[in-house]
Write a protein that binds this ligand. Structure first.
Ligand code: BES
Ligand code: ZN
Length: 627
């Protein structure tokens, strides 16, 4: 589509819209270069965004305008290129104070499978700083939005909308430089049907909500993947002075009980990592189709309801999303290759928060469970996928999601801690967060800072070769510090006694077991088990009807690989009621391994798919087949 404004020439547009889309994997990789944006971020930077959007549930569409304030940072080019994916752009205007808006020529280029389509805008001159108004609307299938039908919510009476922008889905609901190295402040006006509440990862205006109009202000500069919006039938309940829960009325009591320790976690985070720089920390409970456990949207983490277990056993998720307030949101990965700086650091901080709030026994169990997941991932992933600083050129950055950035990153920091001593590493991290606050950094920038501010003071503590091995090589280095959990050693003994027939299930020390002990018990049962043992476990503990979703996941995995039919109705109900990828993708994959399982997988998928998020459906289409 080409539209011409008064000034720009078509020739200019066409010549400048040709951007390199994806470099070949053989070309040397440039540190700090974002291969997942089509925007010309080296010439221009978006500094501020003013959004005005109407939420249309019937049309499943956001429509309105985005005013982008942009600064030139290099050159004299006259084309600004932004990222979009499936946006319908109606007009682009240059806004100047005291003058009428000036229409500008723009074109939307061909779409790349992963990156979306470049929106090229012709500027009338070599402006140094300017504000553009882009009028646009989204498509119902926008990859970064889920339009949830009333039937898929807790209350079943009103629809629900939420965004998931990480990694590169923000471009499917707003035109911008969708790169983690561009930070901007924003303000927004969001219009929703009367009776619903709109939320963003921003400060709500106190007068908001009258007549379905909500205003937000985000004074801290954020990268685009942290742009977040939600709308639904939502209530608020405070937890502490700076923390609270937004949820549908049907689940708000359970949610606020479950997450009652959030204020304590926030205080703990500040004492360990430095000041909390975002004002409030609230959580929003999403419908069960949310594809992730949680998303660290600033000021307002988005959280799956599948962790509301009734006993706070799965709240490490909150510690994790909160920890991103330092690692990720404050100091941000410059590119998706550097994702481990976000996630590995965050898992490390998460475990420190858990140890401080719930004690070292619980943290050690979670740490060992994480280490085991890492060992299993290392045993199965191709070597190129096991590298912390992973090359994701030409791929969807969501493919970089594995235990590698998370747990290998966490155990890298654990290893570093063992070499320089905890006090030195802890002090270093506080300095790191202060030094790079509100900046985006690459793996190499981190290494330079590490060399200068930690390793120079501890000569001989680690060698450059060891660092290379951790960061650039596949595998889990033998020098990794394996977590020690006395509690889980006892579970090993109990499991061995059960498997040897020396102890009946009822005689296991299960009464004292926490969720983590159950996960370890179940997660380390043999691949294949006799039916009698499965019957005995199920008879003693009714695992088929476990209400803890992580325990149920483990049991259902066991049931699938052993053909344990009594679990089938529960398995189907589980797959139809939960859309969190980590909990359902492995179950579908396991089912696809047998002919009978594949048949059941396809049948349940046909029923469940309409309720899944577009990105969950996309992963499952590849595994189960599109219905
Ligand atoms: N930032 C991630 C979620 C994410 C990563 C979304 C990459 C899209 C692309 C979030 O902080 C996260 O890590 N969530 C985990 C939970 C955690 C406890 C490991 C999840 O959702 O499983
Ligand atoms: Zn995370």
């Amino acid at each position: 589509m080409i539209r011409l404004g008064a000034i720009a020439s078509l020739a200019l547009l066409v010549s400048c819209a040709a951007q390199p889309v994806a470099d070949t994997a053989s070309a040397p990789l440039q540190s700090g270069r974002d291969y997942h944006t089509l925007a010309n971020v080296d010439e221009f930077r978006v500094r501020h965004l003013a959004l005005d959007l109407t939420v249309d549930f019937d049309a499943r569409r956001l429509a309105g305008g985005a005013d982008l304030t942009v600064e030139r940072i290099a050159g004299a080019g006259r084309t600004l290129v932004l990222d979009t994916r499936g946006l319908d752009v109606a007009s682009v205007e240059l806004l100047a104070p005291g003058a009428a808006p000036q229409p500008l020529a723009f074109s939307v280029g061909a779409a790349d499978a992963h990156l979306g389509a470049p929106l090229s805008i012709a500027l009338p001159s070599d402006l140094a700083k300017f504000t553009l108004r882009i009028r646009y609307s989204t498509r119902p299938e926008a990859s970064g939005l889920q339009w949830v039908a009333p039937a898929q919510t807790a209350g079943k009476v009103a629809p629900f909308l939420y965004s998931q922008s990480q990694a590169i889905h923000a471009r499917s609901w707003l035109p911008l430089q969708d790169s983690p190295q561009v930070r901007f402040t924003y303000e927004a006006t969001i219009r929703v049907p009367a009776g619903l509440r709109a939320l963003m990862g921003a400060e709500p205006d106190a007068s908001s909500g009258l007549d379905g109009v909500f205003r937000f202000d985000m004074p801290q500069a954020i990268p685009s993947y942290l742009m977040a919006i939600a709308a639904g039938r939502l209530e608020f309940r405070p937890i502490g002075g700076r923390t609270g829960v937004y949820a549908e009325p049907e689940i708000i009591a359970a949610a606020s009980r479950e997450f009652a320790d959030t204020e304590k976690m926030l205080e703990t985070g500040e004492s360990l990592f430095g000041p909390y720089r975002w004002g409030r920390y609230d959580v929003l409970i999403l419908p069960p189709s949310f594809p992730y456990g949680g998303m660290e949207n600033p000021r307002l983490s988005f959280i799956t309801p599948t962790v509301i277990a009734g006993d706070r056993s799965l709240v490490a998720l909150i510690a994790h999303e909160l920890a991103h307030s330092w690692s990720g949101n404050l100091v941000t990965n410059a590119t998706w290759r550097d994702f481990w700086l976000n996630e590995g650091f965050t898992v490390y901080l998460e475990r420190r928060i858990m140890a401080a709030v719930y004690g070292p026994r619980r943290a050690a169990m979670e740490d060992l469970l994480g280490f085991q997941s890492l060992e299993r991932e290392v045993a199965t992933l191709p070597p190129a996928e096991q590298i912390l600083a992973i090359d994701l050129r030409g791929r969807d950055p969501d493919d970089g999601m594995s235990e590698i950035p998370y747990e290998k990153g966490r155990f890298f920091l654990g290893w570093l801690e063992s070499r320089v001593g905890p006090p030195a590493l802890h002090a270093f991290l506080q300095d790191y967060f202060a030094h790079f606050a509100f900046q985006s950094i690459s793996t190499e920038q981190f290494r330079d800072y590490l060399d200068a501010r930690l390793l120079a003071q501890h000569p001989g503590a680690v060698t450059p070769a060891e660092l290379d091995q951790w960061i650039e090589q596949p595998g889990l280095p033998a020098t990794a510090i394996r977590p020690q959990s006395d509690a889980l050693i006892q579970v090993d003994a109990a499991r061995a006694a059960f498997l040897a027939g020396a102890r009946a299930p009822a005689d296991l020390p299960h009464a004292a077991w926490s969720t983590q002990e159950w996960l370890y018990f179940l997660g380390n049962l043999p691949e294949s088990m006799p039916r009698a043992q499965l019957d005995a476990l199920d008879a003693a503990f009714d695992l088929t009807h476990a209400t803890n979703n992580e325990i149920a996941f483990n049991w259902l995995s066991i049931a699938i690989r052993n053909g344990y039919e009594p679990a089938w109705p529960r398995l189907e109900q589980y797959l139809e009621s939960i859309g969190r990828r980590k909990l359902i993708v492995p179950l579908y994959s396991a089912m696809m391994k047998t002919q009978d399982g594949a048949q059941r997988a396809r049948a349940v998928y046909a029923r469940a798919r309409p309720g899944y998020h577009p990105i969950t459906a996309a992963s499952l289409d590849a595994i189960v087949g599109a219905p």
